[in-house]
Ligand binder design. Structure first.
Ligand SMILES: [Zn+2]
Length: 226
């Protein structure tokens, strides 16, 4: 995707030379989640802010992982866009199928590595010397990184696991059939996942159903290009 098309939105800053943009939808959704945390009252305000920061920071860290892989594979310089229900790393050159797999895995790898390092440090650091909010943030960073990055490895397009599946299927089945199999497998996994979620939570997590709707729309788009 041409990274020049996606420089709209608020520029948050630059990390390792990668410009970070956010559009309003991300800020609204994460703000809503932070408010949800705040239902515990004003005493929870600090927690709400930390919650907001950890979610945005985790997504940025994940995208920086992708962007570093893109740079090392000489696919161009990336622009990171935070929008809707997540982030995207946009760069100029289309990767080969093999490079695409490396780029897709780099985001989850960065997130899981961070969670691992912080978990390891937590085993040797005496938490009682840290302020309670720092202890809360530390645990939250580990949890959010685990949840976001493990979930991202599900074989559902456009999640990273779905991207890996798409490139792997295209290697073996060709472009068109590879895309079709990716959509079919992803939608089946999504339906099974949604069914399990319904069985256990009974449609209570509105946010999760927003994600499912978004994923279904992305798959419909991909199917139309196949
Ligand atoms: Zn990713």
């Amino acid at each position: 995707m041409n990274n020049q098309e996606h420089t709209r939105g608020v520029r948050l800053g630059t990390i390792l030379g990668f410009p970070i943009f956010a559009d309003a939808t991300l800020l609204i959704i994460v703000g809503f989640l932070a408010l949800y945390e705040l239902r515990g009252g004003l005493a929870a305000f600090g927690h709400g802010l930390v919650f907001f920061g950890v979610i945005v920071g985790t997504i940025v860290w994940h995208e920086v992982g992708h962007a570093i892989a893109v740079r090392r594979l000489k696919l161009g310089e990336s622009v990171i866009v935070l929008s809707g229900l997540g982030g995207r790393t946009l760069y100029r050159n289309s990767p080969t199928l093999k490079a695409g797999i490396v780029v897709a895995l780099a985001g989850p790898f960065a997130g899981l590595a961070l969670a691992g390092v912080l978990w390891g440090l937590a085993q040797v650091i005496d938490a009682s010397v840290l302020p309670p909010l720092a202890v809360y943030a530390w645990g939250l960073i580990i949890t959010v990184n685990l949840v976001i990055n493990v979930a991202n490895l599900a074989p559902i397009y456009p999640l990273d696991g779905g991207q890996v599946m798409r490139y792997a299927m295209q290697m073996n089945l060709g472009v068109r059939k590879g895309l079709q199999v990716t959509v079919i497998v992803g939608v089946v996994v999504l339906c099974v996942g949604a069914g399990l979620l319904y069985a256990f939570s009974g449609f209570q997590e509105l946010f999760v159903w927003l994600i499912i709707g978004f994923v279904a729309a992305e798959n419909w788009q991909l199917w139309r290009t196949a």
